[in-house]
Write a protein that binds this ligand. Structure first.
Ligand SMILES: [Cu+2]
Length: 164
């Protein structure tokens, strides 16, 4: 029985040590950002939308709380809600990414709204976008600009109209 108790104690110590190590070496735990893209926007456009996939491989949930880019004056987090038969956009304060889960920002759903565009977004080019997470801190990605009618990977249909 004594031996068993020692084994338990050592196991617990090792677990605590590896946890401390993981926390110490990785200040941005478990958030991956993939597939960032936006629709092209012409000279007359004041706003644009950007989409991406957030994946949390960690054991704790995290939140996207804000975003910014040199391409726009400000970036808001938006979602679409169904109001009768009409889809409307609504600003949200944050986007939660649960432990070991994935959130897709995509046409017809959650998106990043780029407001006060500094210039046109030309198809085939890209711009940097910095995302701020409550726990993971800042993550900067390069957003690829696709055609004005693009729906993203694997999206054949959906809601393309954007009422800004
Ligand atoms: Cu929007």
């Amino acid at each position: 029985m004594k031996l068993l108790a020692i084994v338990f104690a050592v196991t617990a110590m090792l677990q605590a040590a590896s946890l401390a190590l993981a926390q110490g070496t990785q200040p941005a735990p478990g958030i991956q950002v993939s597939d960032p893209w936006a629709r092209a926007a012409g000279k007359a456009a004041h706003s644009a939308v950007a989409y991406l996939v957030l994946e949390n491989s960690g054991e704790a949930s995290d939140k996207l709380v804000s975003a910014s880019t040199p391409a726009a004056g400000r970036v808001e987090l938006h979602t679409h809600i169904k109001d009768g038969d009409i889809m409307r956009m609504r600003q949200v304060q944050s986007v939660e990414v649960g432990a070991r889960s994935k959130v897709q920002l995509k046409p017809g759903g959650l998106h990043l709204m780029l407001l006060d565009l500094k210039g046109p977004l030309a198809q085939g080019t890209h711009f940097p976008l910095t995302l701020r997470f409550e726990k993971a801190g800042e993550v900067t990605v390069e957003v690829a600009i696709q055609g004005a009618g693009a729906m993203g990977k694997g999206h054949g249909g959906g809601h393309g109209a954007h009422g800004h």
